[in-house]
Design a protein around this ligand. Structure first.
Ligand code: SF4
Length: 362
């Protein structure tokens, strides 16, 4: 006797759901109905899909299941940033963060951003990162990435009375090492029957895998791209980011790939630059960074580091930050500063999941 593994509906896209409906002897539009239930309404079981014929539901319930992430912990910071720790069907954990941005004058919520994870752990081993300490453990499916956003969108509606506005792939993992699932999840997020987000409000952030950046350009993606630069020379970058030690993914190749991406898509990228005291925050570093933005245009997003226990990196003083900004502005670079949010709840990527893993291994 062969036992068939149930199909996980949460991993299928619109096209695949339509095909499944057809294979089961139903018209294609039943697949669209399935899509709306799974991705639009967040159904957790086939029984909830009351507009599907009873016999189809019964057969689906026998053959398929819907896997949702289980929220196991929720922490709210003083600045209203919420971090949620989810348990995956594999038993491993990922983190997602809901970041409200308030209008200083009115106190109203201006933007609600969800930061999602695309992998458990990460193979890239950046020296300053809590997730890097875990090593790579698994890729998430498109449905698992989508479900983080869906659940945090519901939380946003409950807490702030409005839907989320932006999604950033800046949680655990290197999104471009889980390329297909990330692109599929973006398609779900932008589908009008999913969350209906504009691709311009979705940012995928990469450590800078040149070959994959070229592939994104060839695939004609419409979401925004952010590249984690964190150092303006090969020597500095290689010291903190092992990815840079390979000559196929070093700074020179990265800049070439960004130029290719910008030429093909007509978009400019964002350079993420995390300032580490005494390492990459000197005026000469700012000048070198400005030189790079002349070779491949992009705005610079300076990040103030959330220190991670056991790692030697510190954030610079406000004076050093201001001096760094002054150089960039004088050189005509567009600069924004991201002050890390939710510091009182370990909001740096991976910190909560690392703790969860350490606790479960103890
Ligand atoms: Fe991976 Fe990003 Fe952490 Fe680097 S910073 S180890 S790419 S999760």
């Amino acid at each position: 006797m062969t036992v068939r593994t149930p199909i996980d509906l949460q991993t299928l896209n619109r096209e695949e759901l339509e095909r499944l409906a057809e294979e089961m002897g139903e018209p294609r539009y039943r697949g669209r109905q399935l899509f709306k239930w799974i991705y639009g309404k967040g159904a957790t079981s086939v029984e909830q899909m009351t507009d599907l014929p009873r016999a189809f539901r019964a057969e689906l319930a026998r053959r398929a299941r819907i896997t949702r992430l289980e929220p196991v912990r929720q922490l709210t910071a003083g600045d209203q940033t919420v971090k949620v720790l989810f348990r995956l069907p594999s038993g491993r954990h990922v983190e997602s963060v809901l970041i409200p941005d308030f209008d200083e004058e009115t106190g109203r919520v201006r933007r609600l951003t969800v930061c999602v994870s695309s992998q458990v752990g990460c193979a890239m081993g950046c020296a300053f990162c809590a997730t890097g300490l875990m090593g790579f453990q698994q890729n998430l499916t498109a449905g698992e990435i989508y479900d983080q956003v869906w659940q945090l969108n519901r939380l946003a509606e409950e807490r702030f009375g409005r839907r989320i506005t932006n999604v950033v792939y800046m949680g655990m993992g290197e999104p471009l090492l889980n390329y297909d699932a990330v692109l599929r999840s973006v398609a779900l997020l932008t589908d009008r029957d999913g969350l209906g987000l504009s691709p311009r409000r979705i940012t995928v952030s990469t450590v800078g895998l040149a070959r994959r950046i070229r592939q994104l350009a060839d695939d004609g993606v419409r979401f925004r791209l952010a590249v984690s630069l964190h150092a303006p020379t090969n020597a500095q970058r290689s010291a903190i980011m092992p990815v840079n030690r390979n000559e196929q993914t070093d700074l020179d190749d990265l800049i070439e790939a960004i130029r290719y991406f910008e030429a093909r898509t007509g978009q400019t990228i964002t350079y993420e630059y995390c300032l580490f005291e005494g390492f990459n925050d000197r005026p000469e570093d700012a000048h070198r960074l400005a030189d790079l933005t002349e070779q491949a245009p992009g705005k610079v997003n300076l990040i103030l580091y959330n220190p991670v226990e056991g790692l030697p990196f510190r954030r610079p003083s406000e004076e050093r930050l201001q001096a760094f900004i002054r150089v960039l502005v004088d050189r005509g670079v567009t600069v924004t500063v991201r002050r890390s949010r939710g510091q009182d709840i370990n909001a740096a990527c991976g910190q909560l999941a690392v703790r969860e893993q350490t606790a479960s291994e103890a």
